[in-house]
Design a protein around this ligand. Structure first.
Ligand code: SF4
Length: 156
């Protein structure tokens, strides 16, 4: 995949395997970390250099091939969590607001948007949901509880 993209001028993103699979097959030991992927690509293709001054809120860390022929990004969501910089919320196609990919609770905003709630009422509900954002996803701790929804029903 890396070779294919490099030869065609595409910028691929690699994201670590997260516990959001519908089959519940995830296990910490099955995660190929970003560092491991980088090592494989450097061995098979060539050296990579981290692009400086990255936006700390961007999930991907970008690298450039040392010979200047393309970029590549890595999302180390399991091995190097970046939750403290996360500015994302998600609205699912069935109208649920989620403050984190791994949220257990979600807020139903569809009935507000379809009903006669005022903008202020909707704003207050959104603020409440965002205020529940966690410090971190806890994937790497025994406290972690996988969310009931798989990734395909949340949105990436
Ligand atoms: S807070 Fe949730 S959505 Fe944000 S980076 Fe962490 S795991 Fe992902």
């Amino acid at each position: 995949m890396a070779l294919f993209c490099r030869e065609r001028g595409f910028e691929p993103r690699y994201i670590e395997f997260m516990p959001l699979d519908a089959q519940s097959l995830w296990g910490r030991g099955k995660v190929l970390t970003a560092d491991e992927i980088i090592a494989i690509i450097e061995r098979e293709i060539g050296p990579l250099i981290e692009v400086p001054d990255r936006d700390p809120r961007a999930p991907a860390t970008e690298y450039e091939y040392a010979d200047g022929s393309g970029r590549i990004g890595f999302i180390a969501s399991v091995s190097k969590p970046f939750c403290m910089n996360c500015n994302r919320i998600r609205l699912t196609s069935d109208g649920k607001l989620r403050y984190c990919l791994f949220a257990i609770d979600e807020t139903d905003v569809k009935h507000l948007l379809r009903g006669d709630a005022t903008d202020d009422e909707i704003r207050a509900v959104i603020r409440q949901n965002v205020s529940e954002k966690w410090i971190g996803h806890e994937i790497n701790s025994p406290k972690f509880v996988p969310p009931p929804r798989p990734m395909y029903s949340i949105g990436g």
